[in-house]
Design a protein around this ligand. Structure first.
Ligand SMILES: Nc1ncnc2c1ncn2[C@@H]1O[C@H](COP(=O)(O)OP(=O)(O)OP(=O)(O)O)[C@@H](O)[C@H]1O
Ligand SMILES: CC(C)(CO)[C@@H](O)C(=O)NCCC(=O)O
Ligand SMILES: [K+]
Length: 256
């Protein structure tokens, strides 16, 4: 029973075909497409795939993008599209958002992936999850599996573009992260990196104070590998947390 997982992010759609809808399943094929090229899936990489047995996705982009994906699936295969909608509780997590369905589906799915990763390593404990992509989110979960709340901040790219367009004379190439930047490029790159690192560090402190215990710290997202070396404390870098979460949820939907 093959399983197609789809993550429609803010900038790109990422997909992976697995040999089964279960955590630990083997990847048979995977790819990514920028949202502006979303219509290329059916004529491109998806055309060469065997029809998946089931599909589950999470999407933060507009409904129109979701519909384009559904239409291309219909064109190729007879497989219904299922999309995750964050709920009040699922897969061992309780959603503390004021309006649970207004939480970004990517955040909910990544938290589910991270929580099960934490459980697989031993006893439950608090968790801080940082997802670094187009936007950055920093989530807090207590040792009972309750999502306490999280931060949303601009990603590195958005921060730099905002500075370029909002100031009179800042147009410079990307620089290096330095503790004491001495040119404009390094100053901008370091500012963005430490803004993100500082927000994450604040959340770690909030969780430690609230829960009375050191949290496990996990980082994911396409830019995680760039951020991780500059964190004041070690973060476990996990590449495919949204897909891990989708596999957890797929097992509950399609196998259980
Ligand atoms: N040096 C850096 N440090 C931190 N973040 C960076 C750095 N360079 C680029 N980024 C961010 O990484 C993002 C790319 O990450 P990722 O591949 O997860 O994004 P994406 O796939 O575009 O996001 P989404 O999943 O929302 O579509 C860029 O938009 C930028 O904000
Ligand atoms: C915060 C982002 C942009 C991160 O991808 C996404 O999860 C989203 O659009 N969320 C909806 C708003 C919220 O989570 O409160
Ligand atoms: K994302």
């Amino acid at each position: 029973m093959t399983f197609l997982a789809v993550d429609i992010g803010n900038t790109r759609l990422k997909w992976a075909l697995y040999d089964s809808p279960r955590p630990g399943a083997a990847v048979l094929a995977q790819g990514a497409e920028f949202l502006e090229n979303i219509d290329r899936l059916a004529d491109g990489e998806w055309a060469r795939l065997p029809a998946p047995s089931c599909m589950l996705g999470c999407a933060v982009a507009a409904d129109a993008i979701k519909r384009r994906v559904e239409e291309q699936m219909e064109e190729l295969w007879d497989v219904p599209a299922h999309w995750i909608v964050p709920s009040a509780a699922e897969a061992g997590l309780v959603n503390g958002y004021d309006h649970p369905t207004r939480l970004g589906a990517d955040r909910w799915v990544a938290m589910i992936g991270a929580w099960h990763r934490l459980l697989s390593t031993g006893a439950a404990r608090p968790l801080v999850l940082a997802m670094v992509g187009t936007a950055v989110t920093v989530e807090a979960i207590d040792a009972s599996g309750k999502f306490l709340g999280g931060q949303i901040l601009p990603g590195h790219g958005i921060m730099l573009r905002a500075l370029e367009s909002g100031t009179a004379g800042l147009h410079v190439p990307t620089g290096e992260v330095r503790e004491f930047p001495t040119n404009t490029s390094d100053a901008l790159t370091s500012g963005g990196t430490y803004a993100i690192a500082g927000a994450i560090e604040c959340m770690v402190n909030h969780v430690r104070k609230h829960c009375g215990q050191d949290p496990m710290c996990i980082m994911t997202g396409g830019a995680g590998w760039k951020m991780a070396p500059h964190m004041p404390r070690p973060f476990e870098l996990v590449e495919s947390l949204i897909f891990d979460g989708l596999l957890e949820l797929a097992q509950r939907r399609f196998v259980a």
